[in-house]
Unconditional design. Structure first.
Lengths: 499, 499
């Protein structure tokens, strides 16, 4: 095969591969939002077939020949094409080691598990989910060993979401973070009565909350021509290319800030995907580069922007007016403190900025132990509850608010959690870098985030997976330094709680 | 290849083929309901790729070998398998004559045209849609000639939606029907002042109409575990197997009956698909057999049931209460007359039972002429308007309410329209047959349509495409006799209008 012919085959490959991902993605989105409940089995079967087609495409003789031709002539390829080819070859090389039936069964199991998890969570019935959960971990372990026989399976899973991450790096990050966070959290907890957020727990009509989501999407300058919002049990973002990105939220009538921060968080993910460079969209490198980089965006929008004083200046007047008279006796300053109230609590997605990383650490601990064989699915609820008591001092009343709360394990995102905390830590470093080019806080005050978006677009979003995530972060912020994150938290919560 | 091996390959073929159809169907549904507008192009591209995969699957050497093996050993196959194989072979034999690029381009064009049609209708801008419409007809003609080189292309299109239908049969049905309907319509029009339906044109809040749809779906005993309702510009039903059927409606605040009859009509389609036999679901014969049979179901539920006195006894109390005080001065008898008001009008989907077939005849005339070369897309609006004046006596004020009203031509359903009228005529014959087994009108009065559903399930629904549509109809009702339909209309409208 000549290089030119191989390049043509690459273009055709990209189109087919994109279409399969697009179809499977839409099917997942539909299943999580509006699909009738009784359709889960057949959706699982179709997702299995689509992934079989993807597997066959990736591992076909023709694809291999195309990739080998291009790898052999890599020096003649432009930078972007060379990156696409080496990433494809890496995928090929890992996937071909997985027997096709295992691969398809894994996709089908994930679809089925996700449906069972939804039901189990609704019914607060962990026993229903337990066999699926155990199978998910067992299968993930086998898949990881197929892909990287010489690596610890959990490290392979971590690397899947964050290229280069392993248990050692996690330990190096989490242990000192915990050491510094715990005393700070204790100081805040001792002054818990400084902030009372009961006014945010009145009844806030869902219809108005829906309009508020639209307002937030306008402030964030999310292009509605390519982005919509749906409703689901557990909020997530999915993209079928930069031209079609879907965010989701869940409205709780008695919790104003739950959907508010879901929308900003998922909106941050969506902005990233909506601004992938035109030259790489529809290709294997045309998406967010890693989970930590992705979370560094979503959590920057959620916390650094969304929980700032300046952002309160934008959202507080809207909320006060549209939900009148509920917030009539709440000042803007009091509102700022309320949205930054820190309380050791049960639900990760509703955790405050300060305690959030401890929720992540608990999941990291449990995943690690599910992989090293010292824990089974059956034992998970008890261990979950024990760690929540130990790390956060809270009693878990039921599995719905405990081990069943997150969707990640049910749909195969095992090894994903640590990137939430790393992303949060990354996000603090952007504040420093951004200040060299624009006044972040003044931009937020303007009520339109377009210039902040442009800053990220230039440095991160447009590049997609062109660079490895660690290298990309360093190109923007220099070395990763978790102390910046700690300092940011210390300064903010010292001020909010008058420590 | 041995027969056993071929049977295994058939099972694998069915699974993949089903998955591709499922994925494409969901993508179509999403595009017509909630997808962001700017996603149409990329959705078209993915639909094109999915159809390319379908084409490759259908025409592959392996499939051919499988089919030839089974065709050669057809005598040894059970009845269902033999039917599946001969239907697959027929499809194969037709599709393989279409060049793959033409085939894919046709799918992509249909997706794109559909998006442009939505926009053109919204903007009342026929010029925007015209080039796509012309291309759709040109391409349909070419595709028809590839499939059946010796047949008139329009006959091939008719046959595609209704096996065995051709222009000759259409003329034999439509010409006498028109001859009998026109004088009846004239008599009714002369007494137009007998029925005043202005009370149905007040403001009916959409939120309450949404709840009414749920009520209707309960009355129809549509299984919500496998069936949901969405909102779209032009109502349609789509099924991704009997386990996931989606109906759609469009709410007009100032027209109570528009969504009401969309929901019952689409609900009739959905009931059919929800009750396909378990033994054939997921296979090539696991769906409604033809458009006329499908429409005979949807229009039976819409008109025979939905516009009956007995059905008023179910829906009128609900509407009176929930929309109070709007219908306080409307008696149940007056309500019955209102929902049966007959007025020559502009919009097919909102046409009354009596004038409906004339809307269909206009579209049939125009399609026929687009195919025989005596009409172009550019000339369509003028001809459309001329025929509406001639057949129905109405002036078409704009293309939005004229040639742009239906989605069929934009998404490739050319040759579909005649089956609406044939299905309507079929539906009257079911009344006679059904009366041999159950009391239709008493069943409607009960407010639950389950027993009526069961009657259709046994005779029609469960069979899917096991029998040719004409044969299936005859097995239930004997010979097709349009006079039954005429008599039904004469009797009903003589009574409603006191002729």
């Amino acid at each position: 095969m000549k290089t030119n012919e191989a390049l043509e085959k690459l273009a055709a490959y990209e189109k087919t591969s994109f279409a399969l991902g697009h179809a499977a993605g839409l099917m997942y989105y539909d299943g999580a939002t509006i699909a009738p409940k009784g359709s889960a089995d057949i959706r699982g079967s179709t997702l299995g077939e689509l992934s079989r087609m993807g597997y066959n495409l990736t591992t076909s003789k023709e694809t291999l020949e195309m990739l080998e031709t291009l790898m052999a002539d890599k020096a003649s390829l432009d930078f972007i094409t060379a990156r696409k080819v080496s990433e494809l070859f890496r995928d090929y090389d890992r996937v071909r080691r997985i027997p096709v039936d295992e691969y398809v069964a894994w996709q089908e199991l994930a679809a089925k598990s996700d449906a069972v998890w939804h039901e189990a969570k609704e019914k607060d019935d962990f026993a229903l989910f337990e066999p699926y959960l155990q199978k998910m971990f067992d299968t993930a372990k086998r898949i990881a060993l197929y892909m990287e026989p010489d690596k610890k399976p959990y490290d392979t899973m971590l690397d899947m979401f964050e290229r280069g991450l392993d248990t050692e790096k996690c330990e190096a990050f989490f242990i000192p973070l915990r050491a510094k966070l715990v005393p700070l959290i204790q100081k805040v907890t001792a002054k818990a009565d400084q902030v009372d957020d009961t006014p945010l727990k009145q009844s806030f009509p869902v219809e108005t909350q829906r309009r508020f989501s639209e307002f937030l999407m306008d402030v964030m300058e999310l292009d509605r021509n390519h982005c919509l919002i749906g409703e689901t049990e557990h909020p997530f973002t999915i993209n079928f290319s930069k031209y079609d990105v879907r965010i989701t939220t869940h409205y709780h009538e008695d919790m104003l800030v739950s959907s508010l921060y879901s929308v900003i968080h998922e909106g941050g993910h969506a902005l990233y995907e909506l601004h992938i460079g035109n030259d790489i969209t529809f290709t294997n490198i045309g998406g967010g580069v890693s989970m930590a980089i992705h979370e560094s965006q979503s959590r920057f929008y959620e916390n650094i922007i969304g929980r700032s004083r300046e952002f309160c200046g934008i959202i507080y007047p809207w909320l006060k007016k549209e939900f009148a008279p509920r917030l009539d006796n709440v000042t803007e300053d009091a509102f700022y403190r309320m949205i930054n109230k820190s309380t050791p609590s049960l639900i990760r997605t509703e955790a405050d900025e300060l305690t959030y990383s401890l929720h992540v650490m608990i999941r990291y601990e449990l995943e690690k132990r599910m992989f090293d064989g010292t824990l089974t699915a059956k034992q998970l609820p008890a261990e979950w509850n024990r760690l929540y008591k130990e790390y956060l001092g809270v009693d878990v009343p039921n599995d719905r608010k405990g081990v069943l709360q997150d969707s990640h394990w049910s749909n195969g995102n095992i090894g994903y959690f640590p990137s939430y905390a790393i992303g949060s830590a990354y996000s603090a470093q952007y504040i420093i870098e951004m200040s060299k080019n624009l006044n972040l806080w003044e931009e937020i005050k303007s009520g339109r985030l377009g210039k902040i978006n442009a800053w990220f677009e230039d440095r991160i979003w447009k590049h997609g997976k062109t660079y490895d995530p660690g290298k990309l972060f360093e190109s923007v912020c220099g070395n990763f330094n978790p102390d910046v994150y700690i300092s940011y938290l210390e300064k903010k919560f010292t001020e909010v709680y008058g420590l």
